[in-house]
Design a protein around this ligand. Sequence first.
Ligand code: 5GP
Length: 216
Amino acid sequence: MHFSLNVYGLQRPNLNIRGELALKLLQDKVLSEGIVLSDQVLKVDSFLNHQMDPVLMKEVGKEFARLFAGEGITKVLTIESSGIAPAIMAALELEVPMIFARKQKSLTLREDIYVEKVYSFTKRQENDVTVSKKFLFPEDNVLIIDDFLAHGEAALGLARIVEQAGAKVAGIGIVIEKSFQSGAQRIQEAGYRVESLVRVSSLEGGKVSFAAEAVH
Ligand code: 5GP
Protein backbone atom coordinates (compact mmCIF):
# COMPACT_ATOMS: atom_id res chain seq x y z
CA MET A 1 0.00 0.00 0.00
CA HIS A 2 1.24 3.51 -0.82
CA PHE A 3 1.34 6.22 1.80
CA SER A 4 1.76 9.97 1.48
CA LEU A 5 2.08 12.88 3.87
CA ASN A 6 -1.04 15.01 3.77
CA VAL A 7 -1.61 18.60 4.87
CA TYR A 8 -1.61 17.58 8.52
CA GLY A 9 1.78 15.95 8.14
CA LEU A 10 0.20 12.56 8.88
CA GLN A 11 0.67 9.36 6.95
CA ARG A 12 -2.37 8.39 4.92
CA PRO A 13 -3.00 5.46 2.65
CA ASN A 14 -3.46 6.61 -0.96
CA LEU A 15 -5.60 3.67 -1.93
CA ASN A 16 -9.29 3.36 -1.23
CA ILE A 17 -9.18 2.03 2.28
CA ARG A 18 -11.72 -0.52 3.45
CA GLY A 19 -14.01 -0.29 6.47
CA GLU A 20 -11.69 -2.11 8.84
CA LEU A 21 -8.80 0.20 8.10
CA ALA A 22 -11.07 3.23 8.56
CA LEU A 23 -12.09 1.94 11.99
CA LYS A 24 -8.45 1.31 12.87
CA LEU A 25 -7.56 4.86 11.79
CA LEU A 26 -10.35 6.20 13.97
CA GLN A 27 -9.27 4.14 16.99
CA ASP A 28 -5.67 5.27 16.51
CA LYS A 29 -6.79 8.92 16.35
CA VAL A 30 -8.82 8.51 19.55
CA LEU A 31 -5.81 6.96 21.27
CA SER A 32 -3.20 9.41 20.02
CA GLU A 33 -5.21 12.66 20.10
CA GLY A 34 -8.08 12.05 22.53
CA ILE A 35 -7.84 13.96 25.79
CA VAL A 36 -9.51 12.34 28.77
CA LEU A 37 -11.17 15.21 30.64
CA SER A 38 -12.69 12.99 33.33
CA ASP A 39 -13.85 9.39 33.79
CA GLN A 40 -16.95 10.44 31.82
CA VAL A 41 -15.81 12.83 29.08
CA LEU A 42 -13.40 12.49 26.18
CA LYS A 43 -12.25 15.51 24.19
CA VAL A 44 -11.42 14.98 20.51
CA ASP A 45 -11.21 18.55 19.34
CA SER A 46 -8.30 17.96 16.94
CA PHE A 47 -10.34 15.87 14.48
CA LEU A 48 -14.06 15.93 15.35
CA ASN A 49 -15.22 18.57 17.83
CA HIS A 50 -13.39 21.72 16.75
CA GLN A 51 -10.80 21.13 14.04
CA MET A 52 -12.25 18.48 11.75
CA ASP A 53 -10.33 15.91 9.73
CA PRO A 54 -12.11 15.71 6.37
CA VAL A 55 -10.24 12.63 5.14
CA LEU A 56 -11.11 10.68 8.28
CA MET A 57 -14.69 11.99 8.16
CA LYS A 58 -14.98 10.80 4.56
CA GLU A 59 -14.01 7.28 5.66
CA VAL A 60 -16.44 7.51 8.58
CA GLY A 61 -19.19 8.49 6.11
CA LYS A 62 -18.34 5.55 3.85
CA GLU A 63 -18.48 3.15 6.77
CA PHE A 64 -21.93 4.39 7.85
CA ALA A 65 -23.11 4.12 4.24
CA ARG A 66 -21.78 0.54 4.08
CA LEU A 67 -23.42 -0.43 7.39
CA PHE A 68 -26.82 0.95 6.37
CA ALA A 69 -26.68 0.03 2.67
CA GLY A 70 -29.88 -1.64 1.51
CA GLU A 71 -31.98 0.08 4.20
CA GLY A 72 -33.49 2.52 1.70
CA ILE A 73 -32.30 5.60 3.59
CA THR A 74 -33.88 8.80 2.25
CA LYS A 75 -32.39 11.34 4.69
CA VAL A 76 -29.61 11.68 7.24
CA LEU A 77 -30.42 13.61 10.42
CA THR A 78 -27.96 14.92 13.00
CA ILE A 79 -27.71 17.67 15.61
CA GLU A 80 -25.52 20.75 15.43
CA SER A 81 -22.65 21.14 15.52
CA SER A 82 -20.27 18.18 15.88
CA GLY A 83 -22.60 15.70 14.19
CA ILE A 84 -22.58 17.68 10.97
CA ALA A 85 -19.24 16.46 9.56
CA PRO A 86 -19.86 12.71 9.88
CA ALA A 87 -23.50 13.18 8.82
CA ILE A 88 -22.74 15.12 5.64
CA MET A 89 -20.13 12.55 4.64
CA ALA A 90 -22.60 9.69 5.20
CA ALA A 91 -25.24 11.61 3.23
CA LEU A 92 -22.76 12.22 0.41
CA GLU A 93 -22.06 8.49 0.17
CA LEU A 94 -25.76 7.60 0.33
CA GLU A 95 -26.60 10.47 -2.07
CA VAL A 96 -29.45 11.76 0.11
CA PRO A 97 -30.03 15.12 1.85
CA MET A 98 -28.63 15.77 5.33
CA ILE A 99 -30.58 17.79 7.90
CA PHE A 100 -29.05 19.13 11.10
CA ALA A 101 -31.37 19.83 13.98
CA ARG A 102 -30.82 23.18 15.66
CA LYS A 103 -30.33 23.65 19.39
CA GLN A 104 -32.12 26.60 20.95
CA LYS A 105 -32.39 27.76 24.54
CA SER A 106 -36.14 27.99 24.68
CA LEU A 107 -38.79 28.56 22.10
CA THR A 108 -42.24 29.98 21.83
CA LEU A 109 -44.59 27.46 20.28
CA ARG A 110 -44.41 27.46 16.48
CA GLU A 111 -46.46 25.61 13.87
CA ASP A 112 -43.70 25.17 11.31
CA ILE A 113 -41.15 23.18 13.34
CA TYR A 114 -40.84 19.89 15.19
CA VAL A 115 -39.49 20.48 18.71
CA GLU A 116 -38.12 18.05 21.31
CA LYS A 117 -36.42 18.76 24.63
CA VAL A 118 -32.92 17.26 24.84
CA TYR A 119 -30.68 17.28 27.89
CA SER A 120 -27.05 17.92 26.96
CA PHE A 121 -24.63 15.63 28.74
CA THR A 122 -21.58 17.84 28.28
CA LYS A 123 -23.26 21.25 28.76
CA ARG A 124 -25.55 20.07 31.57
CA GLN A 125 -28.48 22.01 30.20
CA GLU A 126 -31.73 21.28 28.42
CA ASN A 127 -32.19 22.59 24.89
CA ASP A 128 -35.11 22.75 22.53
CA VAL A 129 -34.00 20.82 19.47
CA THR A 130 -35.82 21.78 16.28
CA VAL A 131 -36.27 20.65 12.68
CA SER A 132 -38.37 22.48 10.11
CA LYS A 133 -41.49 20.60 9.00
CA LYS A 134 -40.42 21.42 5.43
CA PHE A 135 -37.73 18.73 5.48
CA LEU A 136 -39.20 15.56 7.04
CA PHE A 137 -42.13 13.59 5.64
CA PRO A 138 -43.99 10.36 6.54
CA GLU A 139 -42.37 8.54 3.60
CA ASP A 140 -38.86 9.30 4.88
CA ASN A 141 -36.56 6.56 6.18
CA VAL A 142 -34.05 8.38 8.32
CA LEU A 143 -30.51 7.53 9.39
CA ILE A 144 -29.59 9.42 12.58
CA ILE A 145 -25.89 10.21 13.02
CA ASP A 146 -24.05 11.74 15.97
CA ASP A 147 -20.45 12.22 17.05
CA PHE A 148 -20.73 10.74 20.58
CA LEU A 149 -23.14 8.47 22.39
CA ALA A 150 -23.31 8.89 26.17
CA HIS A 151 -26.80 8.43 27.65
CA GLY A 152 -28.67 8.54 24.35
CA GLU A 153 -30.49 11.82 25.01
CA ALA A 154 -29.52 13.44 21.69
CA ALA A 155 -30.11 10.33 19.56
CA LEU A 156 -33.46 9.53 21.20
CA GLY A 157 -34.53 13.19 20.92
CA LEU A 158 -33.79 13.08 17.19
CA ALA A 159 -35.67 9.78 16.92
CA ARG A 160 -38.71 11.43 18.57
CA ILE A 161 -38.56 14.20 15.96
CA VAL A 162 -38.54 11.59 13.16
CA GLU A 163 -41.53 9.86 14.81
CA GLN A 164 -43.34 13.22 15.13
CA ALA A 165 -43.02 13.59 11.36
CA GLY A 166 -44.56 10.13 10.93
CA ALA A 167 -41.30 8.99 9.32
CA LYS A 168 -39.25 5.85 10.09
CA VAL A 169 -35.96 5.65 11.99
CA ALA A 170 -33.78 3.31 9.91
CA GLY A 171 -31.04 3.29 12.52
CA ILE A 172 -28.57 5.31 14.53
CA GLY A 173 -24.90 5.65 13.59
CA ILE A 174 -22.42 6.86 16.19
CA VAL A 175 -18.77 7.77 15.67
CA ILE A 176 -17.65 7.24 19.30
CA GLU A 177 -19.80 5.32 21.77
CA LYS A 178 -18.91 5.34 25.45
CA SER A 179 -20.26 1.89 26.19
CA PHE A 180 -19.90 2.30 29.96
CA GLN A 181 -22.78 4.80 29.77
CA SER A 182 -26.39 3.86 29.13
CA GLY A 183 -27.01 5.19 25.58
CA ALA A 184 -26.59 2.06 23.45
CA GLN A 185 -28.79 0.00 25.78
CA ARG A 186 -31.50 2.69 25.89
CA ILE A 187 -31.52 2.96 22.09
CA GLN A 188 -31.75 -0.82 21.66
CA GLU A 189 -34.51 -1.02 24.27
CA ALA A 190 -36.40 1.64 22.30
CA GLY A 191 -36.23 -0.77 19.34
CA TYR A 192 -33.72 1.02 17.16
CA ARG A 193 -30.61 -0.39 15.51
CA VAL A 194 -27.41 1.31 16.69
CA GLU A 195 -24.02 1.03 14.97
CA SER A 196 -21.00 2.58 16.68
CA LEU A 197 -17.70 2.80 14.84
CA VAL A 198 -15.61 2.97 18.01
CA ARG A 199 -16.69 1.75 21.44
CA VAL A 200 -14.84 3.15 24.43
CA SER A 201 -15.24 0.83 27.41
CA SER A 202 -13.54 3.04 30.00
CA LEU A 203 -11.87 6.40 30.55
CA GLU A 204 -10.72 5.54 34.06
CA GLY A 205 -7.31 6.67 35.21
CA GLY A 206 -7.03 9.09 32.29
CA LYS A 207 -6.71 6.15 29.88
CA VAL A 208 -8.89 5.26 26.88
CA SER A 209 -9.82 1.57 26.70
CA PHE A 210 -11.81 0.05 23.87
CA ALA A 211 -14.51 -2.58 24.02
CA ALA A 212 -13.36 -5.86 22.47
CA GLU A 213 -15.50 -5.47 19.37
CA ALA A 214 -15.45 -2.11 17.57
CA VAL A 215 -18.88 -2.55 15.98
CA HIS A 216 -22.13 -3.87 17.48
P1 5GP B 1 -26.04 11.78 25.01
O1 5GP B 1 -27.10 12.64 24.40
O2 5GP B 1 -25.92 10.44 24.34
O3 5GP B 1 -26.14 11.69 26.49
O4 5GP B 1 -24.66 12.53 24.74
C1 5GP B 1 -24.25 12.68 23.41
C2 5GP B 1 -24.09 14.13 23.05
O5 5GP B 1 -23.33 14.80 24.05
C3 5GP B 1 -23.31 14.24 21.75
O6 5GP B 1 -24.09 15.01 20.84
C4 5GP B 1 -22.03 14.95 22.10
O7 5GP B 1 -22.01 16.21 21.48
C5 5GP B 1 -22.04 15.14 23.60
N1 5GP B 1 -21.09 14.25 24.30
C6 5GP B 1 -21.39 13.25 25.16
N2 5GP B 1 -20.30 12.71 25.68
C7 5GP B 1 -19.25 13.35 25.13
C8 5GP B 1 -17.83 13.24 25.28
O8 5GP B 1 -17.29 12.41 26.04
N3 5GP B 1 -17.08 14.09 24.53
C9 5GP B 1 -17.63 15.01 23.69
N4 5GP B 1 -16.79 15.79 23.00
N5 5GP B 1 -18.96 15.15 23.53
C10 5GP B 1 -19.76 14.33 24.24
